[in-house]
Design a protein around this ligand. Structure first.
Ligand SMILES: *Cc1c(COP(=O)(O)O)cnc(C)c1O
Length: 396
């Protein structure tokens, strides 16, 4: 049964049994004190995971895309300028969302496979003598290409240019799986979703919002209702919610953060690095390479595998689904067919990752790709054997 196989898509991710159980609850009156008691640990947990020192956590019944919309509509006015680099499908979609909201997006076109170009961002900020740029948008982990960006570097660029723009970070496929430092990086809005690193079903947009971003609401003229942070915060202050919350998902979120913190966030990050490195060893053993252009850009949550000339990455994904009941990610947009993606975030162990690599290899052999069965799996096995396993780390 395919439902028994782990998924290797970069979200939604595998859901631990205890998280599913935590989400499964009877109806709870969200105007009762019981809701406030349940909501508070979830909010406090998100604050710790994001490493916030001040500001607010906002949890909206939505998805990551709604988080993007909430970020811009709460803080900006029609015609405002934002600066963003485009280097994959997700950075593109956030730009598109801004344009549809009547924002003027100053776009730094960047080849797919590269990350947010810090020096070009700094140059654009330095050239903005009138301070027209109100926010810099950065996709921390470009899920389409398996590329991570240097958010600390973007903060340094803002500071070096002496520019007061806000910094908005899409951390949907990095938060809770890769180190994130809201306070240290001077992030003004961080956007996450429930169905990736938090290992929940889809249905929540999870945001960290700085005092500066909250202050920007006073003059922000874009229309907003459902996503209004002030409505949210004034209801929170009364222990409530401005409308019906996704109570089960919020209970699940508090539990998922318990799970992550009992493993230890640093151990969670190390586990993701190890799992990712094993996948990359397999990719190289197949004679292929990650799509990310340099090693410092490799994502620890998703690897886009560049497939050999004449091979079709989408065919592999389809065969894996139909013949072996296993899910990988297809290439999106301009890399459709040229890559397939292995998601390695959330609830995963070495053994689970090996099962994914094993099925990917069988598909390659079935499709006649120039790959010898067992080569990638063996490379990952050797790597996992020779380094400290995730379970041992968690038990320490
Ligand atoms: C998944 C993802 C999104 C979109 O999130 P949805 O929950 O599908 O709306 C946005 N950005 C990144 C980087 C993602 O990986």
């Amino acid at each position: 049964m395919s439902m028994q196989n782990p998924v290797f898509i970069p979200g939604p991710t595998n859901i631990p049994d205890s998280v599913r159980k935590a989400c499964d609850m009877g109806t709870l009156d969200h105007r009762s004190p019981a809701f406030a008691r349940m909501f508070k640990p979830a909010v406090e947990g998100v604050r710790r995971v994001l490493k916030m020192s001040d500001g607010e956590v906002i949890v909206i019944p939505s998805t990551g895309t709604g988080g993007w919309e909430a970020a811009v509509t709460n803080t900006l006015s029609p015609g405002d300028t934002v600066l963003a680099a485009r280097f994959g499908m997700f950075s593109h979609r956030w730009i598109d969302l801004c344009q549809r909201h009547g924002l003027n997006v100053e776009i730094i076109e960047t080849p797919w496979g590269q990350g947010a170009p810090v020096s070009a961002i700094e140059a654009a900020l330095r050239a903005d003598h009138e301070g027209k740029i109100k926010a810099v948008l950065a996709t921390h982990n470009e899920t389409a290409t398996g590329v991570k960006s240097d958010i600390a570097g973007i903060r340094r660029a803002l500071d070096a240019a002496g520019h007061g723009a806000m910094l908005f970070v899409d951390g949907v496929s990095s938060i809770a799986s890769m180190p994130f430092d809201f306070a240290g990086w001077g992030v003004d809005i961080a956007v996450a979703g429930s169905q990736k690193g938090f290992m929940l079903p889809a249905g929540l947009a999870i945001l960290g919002v700085s005092p500066k971003a909250i202050a920007a609401m006073e003059t922000a003229g874009l229309p907003r209702t459902f996503f209004d942070f002030n409505d949210m915060l004034s209801a929170y202050a009364r222990g409530g919610y401005p409308y019906t919350p996704a109570v089960g998902l919020i209970a699940g979120l508090a539990h998922s953060i318990d799970l992550l913190e009992s493993e230890g966030m640093d151990n969670v990050y190390t586990r993701h690095q190890r799992l990712a490195e094993g996948v990359r060893r397999a990719v190289f053993a197949w004679g292929m390479t990650p799509f990310a252009s340099t090693a410092d850009l490799y994502s620890d949550t998703v690897t886009a595998v560049k497939v050999p000339e004449g091979c079709d990455g989408t065919a592999l994904v389809q065969l894996a689904a139909t013949k072996y009941g296993m899910a990988f990610g297809v290439g999106l947009g301009e890399v459709a067919g040229k890559v397939f993606r292995i998601g390695h975030l959330g609830m995963l162990t070495e053994a689970m990752v090996l099962s994914g690599l094993c099925v990917a290899e069988m598909c390659m052999a079935d499709l006649g790709w120039p790959v010898k069965l067992g080569t990638g799996v063996a490379a990952a096995q050797e790597y996992y054997r020779g380094t400290v396993p995730a379970l041992a780390l968690a038990a320490e």
